[in-house]
Design a protein. Structure first.
Length: 151
């Protein structure tokens, strides 16, 4: 039902990320609630500062071309990255859940590559490391979902 899907995508807009965090943030990354929380977290991170995210994404496209192809943010402007964030979350509820997780992970990998590229001119590598961990967790969730072991 497209109406229900739209409500699920906008859930955090209604209840806030702290409420969702209270429910799911402490769950293991490799669990269904942990995976869903991380998908919402990626969406909120992108929506919080789409200009910075699109800049980092654009800087990483050349370095992480295969991940860029999976993520599907083309061209990587602020509006496009917000649209992709919603598409990824929508895909978790209407399409292949593992593919939604892989798209989110790929998006994170491109931004990590972009942050590393931009960090050559700055000292901010800590955020890239945390985002890399998130991407790995999403990839592991996708594999577990396909194997039928994501609880």
């Amino acid at each position: 039902d497209p109406e229900v899907t739209a409500r699920l995508v906008a859930l955090v807009d209604e209840i806030g990320l702290p409420t969702l965090a209270d429910l799911w943030a402490t769950r293991p990354a490799a669990s269904l609630p942990g995976a869903l929380y991380r998908l919402y977290l990626v969406r909120e991170w992108i929506r919080t500062d789409p200009s910075a995210v699109s800049r980092e994404y654009a800087a990483g496209v050349r370095v992480a071309e295969p991940s860029h192809a999976v993520a599907g943010a083309e061209p990587p402007g602020p509006e496009e990255v917000q649209r992709v964030a919603d598409e990824i979350l929508r895909g978790a509820f209407t399409g292949d859940f593992a593919l939604a997780l892989e798209r989110a992970a790929a998006f994170c990998h491109v931004v990590v590559a972009g942050r590393a590229e931009l960090a050559r001119r700055s000292t901010d590598l800590g955020r890239a490391g945390r985002l890399q961990q998130l991407a790995r967790a999403l990839t592991a969730c996708a594999a577990r979902w396909r194997a039928g072991t994501l609880d």
